[in-house]
Ligand binder design. Structure first.
Ligand SMILES: *[C@@H]1O[C@H](CO)[C@@H](O)[C@H](O)[C@H]1NC(C)=O
Ligand SMILES: *[C@@H]1O[C@H](CO)[C@@H](O)[C@H](O)[C@H]1NC(C)=O
Ligand SMILES: *[C@@H]1O[C@H](CO)[C@@H](O)[C@H](O)[C@H]1NC(C)=O
Ligand SMILES: *[C@@H]1O[C@H](CO)[C@@H](O)[C@H](O)[C@H]1NC(C)=O
Ligand SMILES: *[C@@H]1O[C@H](CO)[C@@H](O)[C@H](O)[C@H]1NC(C)=O
Ligand SMILES: *[C@@H]1O[C@H](CO)[C@@H](O)[C@H](O)[C@H]1NC(C)=O
Ligand SMILES: *[C@@H]1O[C@H](CO)[C@@H](O)[C@H](O)[C@H]1NC(C)=O
Ligand SMILES: *[C@@H]1O[C@H](CO)[C@@H](O)[C@H](O)[C@H]1NC(C)=O
Ligand SMILES: *[C@@H]1O[C@H](CO)[C@@H](O)[C@H](O)[C@H]1NC(C)=O
Ligand SMILES: *[C@@H]1O[C@H](CO)[C@@H](O)[C@H](O)[C@H]1NC(C)=O
Length: 442
């Protein structure tokens, strides 16, 4: 999720209440394993027979609106399932004795630096801010340690985080109503939800150590290689890019391919690139120019060619967070009603496979602009009957489903899962582009 003055949405209020009732309720369909023949760019390691980058399986944790990848930290390796997040950069796990659960913290997803023989304490404060207010923090310490991902070991990587003393959660809807929520420790509901740390896939200039004003004026010398940098520097990959295929909402698994592009996961033969927008000349976020959104219903332009907006492609954000007028137009189109602050629509909207929203982005000069079509059922969650996750009904008893397009006053807008599931995305920090194509389904 996008950190620092943006949106934090890992667990929204509507969901924290849902979490108690759901967990086992979803039956997801599995995607077929994809053949390995179409992958660009080899890695150097022999640890995986498949050519073309480091393939990391990601699990669609739909009830909690996040994608998880397994990694190990430390020696002996401790296994963690962490949220993949292109909207932040640090990699961190929750510490033992996190104040949200102490003194009886569960084992398993809490990391104890003292029990890793390879750890180096860098004695630097990790202070990451997620969300709209500075109160939403994860505070801890930076360490170097060995990190394992799906067979690849990254030695001497700086593992940020731990000691999540001040974790707050915030959901973005109307800023004036949701400006400050839940500051402090990880509340019990988040433990029940199995709240985990992050695998940040953002720019090194989004590292907390660079962004946090407490660490003094931003100094590029303070930054450290990201996880995809480190895999490249250590020869596990030969290209410093990564690709993301979340798969459709109903898929159990997607793929994060570090160092490669998997051509079997998108339609057509070509990706189209859009330039990453810089901030004062610096690559700070996976931000691009969204130039139009067209509603297939009557070809209405929700955002028109003349007023492109800057959006961050944030794999840590569940929804699309767009200008209020745009979100309202989508909501009105599906007769959305607001429940506990969130838009819900008739679950029958999940059957409208013939309707869609089409997104266009600025082209790289001299090239065609990327277009992605998002079928309407992909922007509506199955929350409500029959999955019984936070069941919401209209006054006449009609089951309602959660709409994954929401409004924000800006200036930062996000395209999260409800957009990304329809796209194959290649994040390239050297070309400073994001390349997109229509994703294949299962
Ligand atoms: C992570 O590991 C757990 C335990 O082995 C396994 O059940 C789960 O499927 C793994 N997740 C992914 C995304 O590979
Ligand atoms: C966690 O808390 C318990 C009880 O206060 C204490 O005995 C233990 O040393 C703490 N562990 C760490 C790693 O700080
Ligand atoms: C973390 O950063 C915030 C915002 O800059 C600051 O208010 C807070 O005091 C910092 N906390 C620590 C422990 O450094
Ligand atoms: C990590 O770095 C330290 C010092 O820089 C070095 O002594 C050690 O061998 C390295 N460990 C690995 C696993 O590369
Ligand atoms: C920690 O790891 C970074 C690479 O991520 C390396 O540059 C640095 O020297 C290491 N520091 C220590 C004290 O081992
Ligand atoms: C960063 O490090 C380089 C090389 O050590 C040094 O010349 C430069 O002044 C440093 N920059 C800052 C902002 O500290
Ligand atoms: C889509 O299909 C539904 C019924 O399946 C129909 O009511 C609706 O008019 C169709 N919309 C379009 C744009 O074709
Ligand atoms: C975004 O696209 C619009 C429409 O093409 C254009 O007017 C605007 O200048 C672009 N903004 C940036 C930051 O590139
Ligand atoms: C298209 O549909 C929207 C909502 O469904 C409506 O507000 C708008 O007036 C329509 N535009 C045209 C040109 O029919
Ligand atoms: C929204 O309400 C209008 C008027 O009742 C109805 O014609 C339309 O079919 C509804 N649209 C959806 C998606 O439910």
């Amino acid at each position: 999720m996008k950190g620092h003055n943006a949106v934090q949405t890992a667990v929204e209020p509507a969901l924290t209440s849902l979490l108690r009732v759901c967990v086992a309720a979803l039956i997801l369909t599995a995607c077929d394993p994809v053949s390995a023949g179409n992958i660009d760019s080899a890695h150097k390691g022999a640890w995986r027979s498949r050519a073309g980058g480091l393939s990391v399986s990601i699990a669609n944790d739909l009830p909690h609106q996040r994608y998880l990848a397994n990694i190990t930290l430390g020696t002996p390796p401790q296994r963690f399932s962490l949220t993949i997040d292109s909207g932040s950069t640090d990699v961190w796990a929750p510490a033992v004795n996190s104040t949200g659960c102490a003194p009886s913290c569960p084992a398993g997803f809490l990391f104890n630096p003292a029990s890793s023989s390879s750890i180096v304490d860098l004695h630097e404060v990790f202070n990451a801010t997620y969300g709209l207010t500075p109160d939403l923090q994860v505070v801890g310490e930076y360490y170097n340690d060995t990190v394992g991902i799906e067979g690849a070991e990254i030695h001497n990587m700086t593992v940020r985080g731990f000691s999540s003393d001040h974790v707050g959660f915030h959901s973005l809807l109307d800023a004036d109503r949701f400006l400050q929520i839940a500051v402090g420790n990880i509340p019990p509901t988040l433990y029940e939800a199995g709240y985990v740390g992050f695998i940040g896939l953002g720019s090194r200039y989004a590292e907390a150590i660079f962004r946090n004003p407490q660490a003094g004026p931003p100094n590029p010398n303070d930054t450290y290689p990201t996880i995809y940098d480190q895999l490249y520097l250590q020869g596990y990959t030969v290209r410093r890019l990564f690709s993301l295929w979340l798969g459709p909402q109903a898929a159990q698994r997607g793929e994060l391919l570090i160092g490669g592009i998997d051509r079997s996961k998108f339609k057509g033969s070509r990706l189209r690139s859009t330039p990453v927008l810089l901030s004062d000349g610096l690559f700070t976020d996976w931000a691009v120019n969204l130039t139009s959104i067209v509603d297939s219903n009557n070809e209405t332009e929700l955002i028109s060619e003349s007023d492109g907006i800057e959006v961050i492609l944030d794999s840590g954000a569940p929804n699309m967070y767009l200008p209020v007028a745009v979100a309202n137009a989508v909501a009105a189109r599906f007769n959305a009603t607001i429940h506990s602050g969130f838009p819900y629509v008739d679950c029958a909207v999940r059957n409208l496979w013939n309707e869609s929203l089409s997104f266009s982005f600025s082209a790289v000069e001299g090239h065609l602009s990327p277009h992605i079509t998002v079928p309407i059922p992909e922007v509506v969650y199955p929350f409500g009957d029959p999955t019984n996750i936070g069941e919401v009904r209209a006054t006449d008893g009609t089951p309602l489903c959660y709409l994954g397009v929401q409004g924000t006053p800006g200036p930062i807008y996000l395209l999260g899962h409800t957009f990304q599931r329809s796209a194959y995305l290649v994040f390239d920090p050297d070309e400073l582009t994001i390349s997109l194509a229509q994703a294949v389904g299962c």
